[in-house]
Ligand binder design. Structure first.
Ligand code: CS2
Length: 495
């Protein structure tokens, strides 16, 4: 394959005309588009989701092209800039459909092109800023901005040359206010319930510290709609690269893949012009709170459960985990019996059907979605995916034993990785590794050490009923070997 790929040309605007007819390509002239959106966090999820919606729009509305910004590293820019921003998307159904996306008309890395990023943010043609910066990019401590976060400390000292997304959003808005330019709408597309509210609060708290008049202007003039995004997007691997080269007949340095299903529910609250997203299959709604909660707690909560329990069972992918009867049965019961009853679903969303469709997506044999990818950033994901349901169930007097099992699995996973000397992909890696290394296997002491991590566990985690249930779940997983995890899941199902 290496020898063959050396003689293939690189994907580029020029190469578009020679793509095989089986590969769909932009239905618009790339050079006739104009940047209308700045996106912070131009990773695979953005390129597989929002950028595809925009790609469908550009033929009729060429002034909504995207400037994709990576905040910290230049890998995406370096891969895509030589390709004129083009990249291949594999849509993983029974047969793979290939499509080249052209919506990212500009790529920047803020770390070494901060001035260009700020210039784009101040450009009046930019009317929308979207974000996929993952949970940790919000620099939150609970509901508030974490003023001790190193990037926030840096940005407050040097607000004109920021590092964080919060700092960039505020610097761009400050410039627009000074120049009398209407603000952009700030649309969060991250997996956080009430993502727009959280982002607004963080930006306001930050602005308050640098310029109170700016904070007042943002409060009055800038909209931060919430949105719910959904599409399973496994990370790019060599197998995909090889398939992309073969399908395209040229080399794409960073193709991406996702399932065919995609959903985007956007709160209809914009302070500047917006793209007609509803024409592209997105849902515009005035109340999206039920949707984001349902998706995060059911789909993502189940995903994280599979990730930690399945990793302990030495399984590789979500489809593999769904092929292990004890685990698949447990997760289905967790969703139907313990998560769904604890949330109010929005009108029109029927729990049984929604859960059935999620389980079907998890079983998709065309997708190899690695559990190790989903296991990243557990300290950031568990609070929004599982601990919210757990805390509310505890308060309502429901059974929490089943919900404690995936949390216990995370604790064992952290312990196992630490003791094997494998670094966690998690912003709290150092702290978690220290806790993991100190674990002795004694449920009371080990669980207490985890529950003391206040960035993850809310105050209710001190309640005796929860502590006891969490210890029982930790003990039930025994030595966390595949057989003891499987046994614990079986017992939980029969209990
Ligand atoms: C996954 C999500 O990696 C993860 O943590 O749970 O990326 C999930 O695939 C998406 O949210 C699905 O929309």
């Amino acid at each position: 394959m290496a020898a063959a790929s050396r003689i293939l040309p690189r994907l580029s605007a020029q190469a578009l005309a020679d793509l095989p007819p089986t590969v769909a390509r932009p239905a618009y002239a790339l050079e006739r588009t104009r940047i209308g959106i700045v996106h912070l966090g131009a990773g695979a999820f953005h390129r597989a989701h929002q950028a595809v919606y925009v790609d469908d729009l550009l033929a009729d509305h060429p002034d909504w092209a995207i400037c994709g910004v990576s905040l910290h590293n230049g890998e995406v820019r370096d891969a895509l800039r030589p390709q004129d921003g083009l990249y291949a998307l594999a849509l993983l159904g029974p047969q793979t459909a290939w499509r080249v996306i052209g919506a990212l008309r500009e790529l920047l890395c803020a770390r070494d092109e901060g001035t260009a990023v700020l210039a784009r943010l101040a450009d009046p043609a930019v009317r929308l800023v979207t974000l996929t910066i993952t949970e940790k990019g919000y620099c939150l401590a609970g509901e508030d901005l974490d003023f001790t976060h190193p990037d926030i400390v840096h940005d407050l000292a040097a607000p004109a040359t920021p590092r964080s997304a919060i700092g960039y959003l505020a610097a761009g808005l400050r410039e627009r206010r000074q120049r009398g330019i209407a603000p952009y709408t700030v649309l969060s597309c991250d997996n956080l319930a009430g993502n727009g509210h959280r982002l607004r609060r963080a930006v306001l708290q930050y602005a308050q510290r640098i310029d109170t008049a700016l904070a007042a202007w943002i409060e009055a003039e800038v909209a931060f709609p919430c949105s719910m995004v959904d599409s399973i997007t496994p990370a790019t691997d060599d197998a995909l690269r090889g398939r992309a080269d073969a399908a395209l007949g040229c080399v794409d340095a960073w193709p991406i893949q996702r399932e065919t299903y995609a959903q985007w529910v956007i709160e209809d609250r914009f302070c500047n012009e917006r793209p007609p997203f509803e024409r592209l299959g997105a849902t515009l709604s005035h109340d999206i709170a039920g949707y984001d909660r349902a998706k995060l707690r059911l789909l993502n909560g189940a995903h994280s459960s599979l990730a930690y329990l399945g990793s302990l069972m030495e399984l590789d992918s979500v489809a593999d985990a769904m092929g292990a009867p004890a685990l698949a049965g447990f997760v289905e019961r967790l969703m139907r019996g313990h998560i769904a009853p604890a949330i109010a679903l929005p009108e029109g969303l029927e729990a049984d059907r929604y859960i059935g469709a999620i389980l079907e997506r998890f079983r998709n044999p065309s997708i190899r979605h690695r559990l190790s990818q989903i296991a990243w950033d557990g300290s950031q994901k568990l609070p929004v995916r599982l601990l919210g349901t757990l805390g509310e169930s505890l308060a309502q007097g429901r059974s929490i034993d089943a919900l404690c099992l995936p949390i216990a699995a995370w604790m064992h996973f952290v312990r196992r990785q630490a003791q094997r000397g494998v670094a966690l992909v998690d912003p709290l890696n150092e702290r978690l590794t220290a806790v993991g290394l100190a674990c002795t296997g004694d449920p009371a002491a080990d669980v207490a050490a985890f529950l003391a991590i206040k960035e993850v566990f809310a105050p209710w985690s001190g309640e005796a009923a929860y502590v006891a249930a969490q210890q029982r779940a930790y003990a039930a997983l025994g030595d966390a070997s595949p057989s003891s995890v499987s046994r614990a899941l079986g017992e939980s199902l029969s209990g």
